[in-house]
Ligand binder design. Structure first.
Ligand code: BDR
Ligand code: CA
Length: 308
């Protein structure tokens, strides 16, 4: 008996690991991509939207791409992490030679509202960038909180952060938006750095994928070279971290994760801005604090290779 695929809107700031998340989505028949909504983060929003359009063409996807927030809700945009994702946001691979269409009609947060209302109870929002679009959607239409199947977020850090000692990038990029999204009464799953830093695609695995994993494997190796070099330089890692892929795998292979249920607050002021911390209150978040990282990386490789 085949089960209907889960409907997903991917809110994203591509981004090298965002590109890997799209590769994974393409491979999974149990996930149906309804729309790609873009946000600033790994680059400015014009660049992340161009990257989403480029990835859609490169990977043969058909979902619409809707441009979203260019800046946080209430503060200036921080500097883009070009030392991690490259000047073009996709590891400085060659993006020339493709005629890209303009983005699809409709702003990201409007389309999120329309699609959630069109498929009540069925849409999972997967946010792998700053949470500005989700917060704007909630502000415009608070009823969507009761209409989503769930909200899965790559973000937060309960141990060490990655942009400051306290904060993870997606939350740090728009702490006010994150605070609103985490305070709303919808079912949120947070996949924080504490888990994602264990999800490493090693250099050996990436080269094996390029050899045995068809076009998807070759693309995964190509797009991750600069990103892996940055992780080697800054973290001493052999390989690159599958942050955004982990958010999607939490939907398809939840048994790889260990959850904790507790309310989460976001600090919005001072040097700890963007920090996530356990809080009091009665709207618990499902926080996936632990993961079997090697199994997740292996699962990712098998999924993208077998789809080609
Ligand atoms: C998150 O920040 C971005 O740089 C990555 O794409 C990921 O979504 C990791 O902190
Ligand atoms: Ca991202």
């Amino acid at each position: 008996m085949s089960v209907a695929p889960r409907l997903v809107i991917l809110d994203t700031d591509p981004g090298v690991d965002d590109a890997l998340a799209l590769l994974y989505l393409r491979a999974r028949l149990d996930l149906k991509l309804l729309a790609i909504t873009t946000v600033f983060g790994n680059a400015d929003v014009e660049t992340t939207t161009r990257n989403a359009l480029w990835l859609r063409a490169r990977l043969g996807l058909s979902a619409p791409v809707h441009p979203g927030a260019a800046a946080p809700l209430s503060r200036p945009r921080g500097r883009a992490p070009v030392h991690v994702h490259g000047e073009n946001g996709l590891g400085d691979i060659d993006l020339s030679g493709r005629d890209l269409p303009p983005p699809d009609a409709g702003a990201a947060h409007d389309r999120i509202v329309e699609l959630v209302r069109a498929y009540p109870g069925a849409v999972t929002l997967v946010a792998i960038g700053p949470l500005s679009n989700l917060a704007l959607a909630l502000r415009a239409a608070p009823d969507i909180a009761g209409l989503v199947a769930g909200v899965t977020i790559m973000g937060g850090a309960f141990g060490r952060g990655n942009v400051t000692p306290y904060a993870e990038a997606n939350i740090h990029n728009d702490p006010e938006a994150a605070a609103e999204v985490l305070a709303a009464s919808w079912p949120v799953t947070l996949v924080p750095l504490d888990a994602t830093m264990a999800c490493v695609l090693t250099d050996t695995a990436a080269h094996d994928l390029a050899r045995d994993g068809g076009d998807a494997g070759r693309f995964a190796l190509e797009v991750t070279r600069g990103y892996a070099a940055a992780y080697a330089r800054h973290e001493g890692l052999d390989g690159c971290v599958l942050h955004d892929v982990a958010a999607l795998v939490s939907l398809t292979a939840p048994e790889l994760f260990s959850p904790r249920f507790a309310p989460v607050a976001v600090t919005t002021e001072g040097e700890r801005a963007g920090q996530t911390a356990w809080a009091a209150g009665d709207s618990p978040t499902r926080v996936l604090l632990g993961v079997d990282g090697p199994r997740l990386a292996e699962h990712f490789g098998q999924a993208i290779a077998s789809a080609d």
